[in-house]
Write a protein that binds this ligand. Structure first.
Ligand code: TEU
Ligand code: CA
Length: 621
């Protein structure tokens, strides 16, 4: 691709994968319409002109920083090359429904109030009965639990509270015996500061492990750069007796690994193979897009830092060697084992995701992209009502433009987010309709559904009463920071809106959960569980819902009407995206309604309908 300069036009920038995604992200963050950039007058502007026009708001270095980022990417998404993309290649993980387990709160077999591996084992028949094909376990490795297992002390050991390696072996066997697969969490952007590598590196600056991490000298007695941590404060720990600092993008106990060191890559790949040899079928790769940091760890741009709330992010969220390192893991570990990979890639947009997941590139099978989780102008800690029209537009855009060589993940929830049902509305009367609507979309859109534990019970957010009820490191640190700016009530309200603990409370089927105060307990909704079983079975029985084309049938506000069609059958799904009842848009003549069993002449609040027709039957009539 031709290199951009400040003489290039805005349109030329918008046409590059990185330029497109960064601008889109900025517009999203500032809640500005995409029309601002796609209009031809702006499109013809030279970047240097735009730069001076926006200098007051964005600073002098903003656009040139973006140009540098764009020029660092030489790849071109295959769907831009005529004839390069054929039809969809079938794969088990495209047909699968994957279920995420957060082991700490899933199922507790020994009654100590902490979920464990034996607990998971005891629920395998239940999971199988749901129709789930694969389980993704959040980390179960040995850890001091500063970030609930995302801070790993020993990659080859099971966390004591969760059980033993024997339990793990029994679990793998149990999963495989039921025809399911196991996906483990791979947390290799960082290790715990209690990992032997870090301990050695710290104790002995001359050890080979020193270069496994980012140890740097300070600048005039301060941090080596202005990067800050996702969990509050600076991204650097200070070791004054050594006159050294070490980098941690997450908590103070999660030290970033230096992937530029070939020995780190070799050790990580060794570890991955060790697990694959034990029967693991694939990995969900934690913040995997952060593993390559810009050379010299330069200061982050002020504007980007303010806008994205984190300084330095442009220097590591899509770093210079990311593709190379992913490819290396693929070649030396995943491919030889036929293992599946899904990358957790915060901040990565549609075009960059194509460069990470295009099947011709040999990097990742899929990614989780997160821009669907909040509507424009909002962050997780805002208390607001999520407008599902945004989800419709977002997901439609991806399905229409992602390309047959790429495949999407479909999800609303995970262990890092409040429940989507609650984001859409906190009115208890809408709880079941919204849970139903979300499930209908998730199992009939194009992509692989990832169910998060409790989704199938219709779980919603908890009415936490006080900060003492929260255990997440992010919530605790953020609360402490907020106390410096506002009252404890205000600070708690903000934390309560966004805390990751909403998704981490012990599931209601556990004995210990039944002893929790009423506001920390929810009754599972059996109706929703039954719906999940029906929808998963439906998806399995009809390839049109997996590999079928997607067509949007209406752009009317508050409606989401789409068609999935493949060879001999067609499905049409109509959703009411709002609380207001309305007439259906789709005329269902010739179709059979599959969900729900009974309807009225109006679409009820958040109602979702599924229709099916056999194309051959229609030919005959
Ligand atoms: O999360 C990565 C991530 O981007 C975080 O920003 C996350 O969204 C979080 O809520 C902070 O804002 C992954 C894991 O899913 C998360 O549980 C871990 O805490 C984190 O990485 C560090 O390993
Ligand atoms: Ca337990």
């Amino acid at each position: 691709m031709e290199k951009l300069s400040m003489n290039s036009t805005v349109q030329a920038l918008w046409e590059t994968p990185v330029g497109h995604d960064v601008i889109e992200k900025v517009l999203l963050q500032l809640n500005i319409s995409e029309k601002w950039i796609t209009n031809p007058i702006v499109g013809r502007l030279r970047l240097k002109t735009l730069s001076s026009l926006t200098e007051k708001r964005l600073g002098a270095a903003f656009w040139s920083a973006l140009v540098a980022l764009v020029n660092a990417e030489t790849g071109v998404p295959a769907d831009r090359i005529p004839g390069a993309v054929g039809s969809i290649k079938p794969a088990w993980w495209k047909e699968a429904v994957i279920y995420q387990i957060y082991p700490r709160s899933f199922a507790d077999a020994n009654g100590d109030g902490i979920g464990d591996l034996k607990g998971i084992l005891s629920k395998l028949d239940y999971l199988k009965s749901l129709g789930v094909d694969a389980l993704w376990l959040s980390p179960i490795y040995d850890s001091p639990n500063d970030d609930n297992g995302y801070d790993i002390r020993d990659y080859r050991k099971i966390m004591t509270e969760f059980g033993t390696m024997e339990d793990f072996n029994a679990l793998v066997a149990g999963i495989h015996a039921r025809g399911m697969r196991l996906i483990m969490d791979l947390v290799v952007n960082h290790t715990s500061d209690e990992h032997v590598w870090f301990q050695t590196a710290l104790a002995d600056p001359t050890s080979k492990y020193r270069d496994y991490y980012f140890f740097r000298k300070g600048k005039n007695g301060r941090e080596p750069n202005n990067w800050n941590s996702f969990f509050g404060g600076s991204a650097w720990n200070h070791y004054p007796e050594q006159d050294a600092w070490a980098l941690h993008l997450f908590s103070k106990k999660q030290m970033d690994l230096n992937w530029d060191n070939p020995a780190v890559r070799a050790d990580v790949i060794d570890m991955i193979n060790w697990w694959l040899d034990r029967g693991v079928d694939g990995f969900r790769m934690d913040v995997i897009n952060y593993i390559s940091k810009a050379e010299g760890l330069p200061d982050g741009n002020e504007t980007i830092g303010k806008m994205m709330l984190f300084y330095g992010i442009e220097h590591y969220y899509y770093g210079p060697h990311l593709h190379e390192y992913l490819h290396e893991i693929q070649e030396k570990a995943f491919r030889p084992h036929g293992a599946f990979s899904v990358g957790e890639t915060p901040g990565v947009g549609r075009e960059m995701a194509k460069l990470l997941t295009g099947e011709e590139r040999g990097e990742l099978d899929m990614v989780f992209s997160f821009d669907q989780l909040e509507t424009p102008g909002h962050i997780r800690f805002d208390d607001y009502e999520y407008d599902l029209n945004y989800y419709r537009d977002y997901i439609t855009d991806w399905m229409e433009h992602y390309g047959n060589n790429c495949w999407m993940s479909l999800f609303y929830n995970n262990h890092d987010n409040p429940r989507m049902v609650s984001k859409v509305s906190q009115n208890p009367a809408y709880r079941r309709p919204i849970a139903t609507l979300l499930a209908v979309m998730q199992f009939t859109l194009k992509g692989t559904p990832f169910v998060f534990q409790g989704d199938e019970m219709g779980l919603v957010n908890y009415d936490f009463h006080s900060i003492t009820e929260l255990s997440d490191v992010e919530s605790r640190n953020r609360y402490a920071e907020l106390l410096e700016q506002c009252s404890p009530e205000k600070a708690f309200a903000i934390i309560k809106a966004g805390t990751r603990d909403h998704s981490r409370v012990l599931l209601p089927w556990n004995e210990k959960a039944r002893q929790l105060p009423a506001h920390l307990m929810q009754e599972p909704d059996q109706t929703i569980t039954a719906l999940y079983k029906r929808l998963i079975a439906l998806r399995k029985a009809h390839p049109a819902l997996i590999y079928g084309d997607f067509t949007l049938l209406s752009r009317k506000k508050n409606t989401f009407v789409y068609r999935r069609s493949l060879a001999e059958e067609t499905f049409v799904i109509e959703c009411n995206l709002a609380a207001k009842p309305r007439k259906p848009v789709f005329r269902a003549n010739g179709y059979t309604r599959i969900e729900p069993a009974a309807v009225t002449d109006r679409m009820q609040p958040y109602e979702a309908r599924i229709y099916r027709k056999s194309n051959s039957e229609q030919d005959r009539s």
